[in-house]
Design a protein around this ligand. Structure first.
Ligand SMILES: Cc1cc2nc3c(=O)[nH]c(=O)nc-3n(C[C@H](O)[C@H](O)[C@H](O)COP(=O)(O)OP(=O)(O)OC[C@H]3O[C@@H](n4cnc5c(N)ncnc54)[C@H](O)[C@@H]3O)c2cc1C
Ligand code: FES
Length: 336
């Protein structure tokens, strides 16, 4: 165990020798800024004033030459080699509602959702709650570095369910889909993430997702359906896929009370040249285009949640900002 001091806030917190500065800070209840937790976004940068740290992931994509020269590191990847003094901005809104903790998860069940998306259900050795839309870090046996995956259930804390898309030649998804068996154990760390359902905001909701972005939107929809605070509100779930076989999610929405009355599902496909797309008689285009077609000028009246690969998240951001949706009404995770 080592100690990390933030002189500007007059705070010192403990960090396990095998933990990272960001995760230990969040475990201690501090509001340290971050997003992806896997070294890609760069939002967790901090400066080392005294002491030494080493990155878990060699040359993480969110770290550049200028950072190196200025003694800046990525909090999610930086493991302290002894006591350290650091400079980092703290923000109230980054404080965790459920403090992230490390535990193990036993795989209870696997279910196919599409040809390349599966749901994995884990029982936690030490239960921990999470807010709908948050993610956990899964350490898959034999795979270097934990990966971030969003939970799809709505948080009893004993189980964490994940809806995961298999990535061609992906290390973690390859192992999860092809090697992991019911009864096997992984490491779990979390919850993390800021793109959680705001139950205190009295606005209708749009959930936008494509591909791997399904999971957190399902979690948010489930929590929305059960939330007394949002009982008078509507939710529109928009899912975009390349071809008809990619379209999914409606089954989960149909199971919710209020489906068809205040909870609605819409989908669209984007690869119109694909031979399978000829049999599709639903909407065509990308999920953000469908949102514009459906809601147009009224988009600023909605609280908008979205998740998916960076190009899709960037397209949704552009669409929302172009339609004057205030940034405070946009909640997203980019799946780096
Ligand atoms: C916040 C967040 C939530 C996500 N939620 C979901 C979800 O709900 N469902 C889903 O299907 N996908 C989700 N993803 C994507 C997921 O984390 C993986 O990127 C994806 O499954 C590919 O992993 P892979 O190992 O199979 O592929 P690979 O191509 O082997 O690995 C690529 C990913 O692993 C990261 N990586 C590579 N090496 C390391 C290392 N040493 N340490 C840490 N990271 C490393 C890369 O940055 C990249 O993100 C999420 C990503 C983020 C950031
Ligand atoms: S790089 Fe650390 S949170 Fe994204």
């Amino acid at each position: 165990m080592v100690q990390i001091t933030i002189p500007s806030a007059n705070i010192t917190f403990d960090c396990d020798a095998d933990d990272t500065v960001l995760r230990a800070g969040l475990r201690a209840g501090l509001g340290m800024p971050y997003e992806c937790n896997v070294g890609s976004c760069g939002n967790c940068r901090f400066e080392v004033l005294e002491g030494e740290v080493v990155h878990e992931r060699e040359n993480p994509p969110g770290w550049n030459e200028r950072d190196k020269q200025r003694n800046r590191y990525l909090g999610c990847q930086a493991r302290p080699l002894g006591n350290c003094t650091i400079k980092v901005p703290l923000r109230e809104d980054y404080k965790s509602h459920f403090l992230p903790a490390r535990t193990t998860g036993k795989l209870l069940a696997i279910a196919d959702i599409t040809h390349d998306i599966r749901e994995f259900r884990f029982a936690l050795a030490k239960p921990n709650g999470f807010l709908p839309g948050q993610y956990g870090l899964i350490g898959v046996p034999g795979v270097e570095g934990a990966r971030a995956y969003s939970m799809s259930n709505a948080g009893d804390g004993e189980h964490w369910d994940f809806q995961i898309r298999k990535v061609p030649n992906g290390a973690a998804t390859g192992a999860l889909f092809d090697k992991l068996q019911v009864g096997d154990v992984v490491t779990l760390d979390g919850p993390y993430g800021m793109a959680y359902l705001r139950e205190n905001v009295a606005r209708d909701v749009i959930c936008l997702a494509g591909g791997s972005g399904l999971s957190p939107m399902v979690s948010i929809s489930r929590a929305f359906a059960a939330s007394p605070a949002l009982a008078g509100r509507k939710l529109h779930f928009i899912y975009g896929g390349r071809t008809p076989r990619d379209i999914c999610g409606e089954t989960f929405l149909k199971a919710l009370p209020g489906y068809g009355e205040r909870i609605f599902y819409h989908s669209a496909i984007s690869d119109l040249d694909h031979p399978d797309s000829a049999r599709w008689d639903g909407k065509k285009g990308f999920a953000p285009d469908l949102a514009v077609e459906m809601f147009g000028e009224s988009l600023p009246d909605y609280e908008i949640y979205f998740a998916g690969p960076p190009p899709m998240a960037d397209a949704i951001m552009k669409m929302a900002i172009g339609h004057k949706v205030p940034a405070a009404q946009l909640h997203f995770d980019k799946f780096y």
